[in-house]
Design a binder for this molecule. Structure first.
Ligand code: SF4
Ligand code: SF4
Length: 192
């Protein structure tokens, strides 16, 4: 048959030597590659004990902010969930009861608020969509490694920022700066 181009090469079909039939050259070649990689610098790290520096454009992990009086800012309007391209945010809205004015800023609040960190692509669109400045991404934090998938569903217990002693004082327990520092030290000691 006439070849379509002149690039085809005729190869010899030599009979294999005894060593080739025993696969010895191929085995030694494979072992040499293995040994070469054994002494090369490792491209991987022992995460999470070691961590690489964050990229300058890394947006980080979510936090649900409180206002200056320690009340939750989120009103469960759902705009962040609508904006989320990964459909990672779910929430249940509730009505604030009498006496809860110090807990929630608006009459409507999020009874539950969850972000699925396995779905999230950390694009930051939820932060941009929020009209109440309630959800932010913290550039210095990331979701720590876990063994169970359930543990990547972050609820309010892990998303709402903790109340600081200073903010508590603004919610009725009037503390001096010294008392606030003592309370902060006590809380730090309990957490240690
Ligand atoms: S960062 Fe992006 S993907 Fe993640 S919850 Fe917010 S909007 Fe959704
Ligand atoms: S975080 Fe912001 S956008 Fe999302 S439900 Fe709460 S108030 Fe609305």
């Amino acid at each position: 048959m006439q070849p379509l181009s002149n690039r085809a090469k005729q190869v010899d079909k030599k009979p294999m030597t005894l060593a080739e039939r025993a696969y010895l050259p191929a085995i030694f070649q494979g072992l040499s590659i293995t040994m070469r990689h054994f002494f090369m610098k490792k491209p991987t790290i022992r995460y999470p004990e070691e961590q690489r520096p964050f990229s300058p454009v890394f947006r980080g992990l979510h936090v649900l902010k409180r206002d200056e009086q320690g009340r939750e800012r989120c009103t469960a309007c759902g705009l962040c969930a609508v904006a989320c391209p990964a459909e990672a945010i779910t929430m249940v809205a509730g009505e604030r009861k009498k006496g809860e004015e110090g807990l929630y800023r608006e009459e409507k609040y999020a009874v539950s608020y969850e972000i699925n960190m396995l779905r999230c692509i950390f694009c930051g669109l939820c932060e941009e969509a929020c009209p109440k400045a309630a959800v932010y991404l913290q550039a210095d934090k990331m979701a720590p490694p876990r063994f169970e998938r359930d543990e990547f569903i972050y609820g309010k217990n892990r998303l709402v920022e903790p109340v600081s002693p200073d903010n508590r004082s603004k919610r009725g327990i009037q503390l001096t700066e010294e008392q606030a520092q003592q309370l902060r030290a006590k809380m730090d000691a309990q957490l240690a």
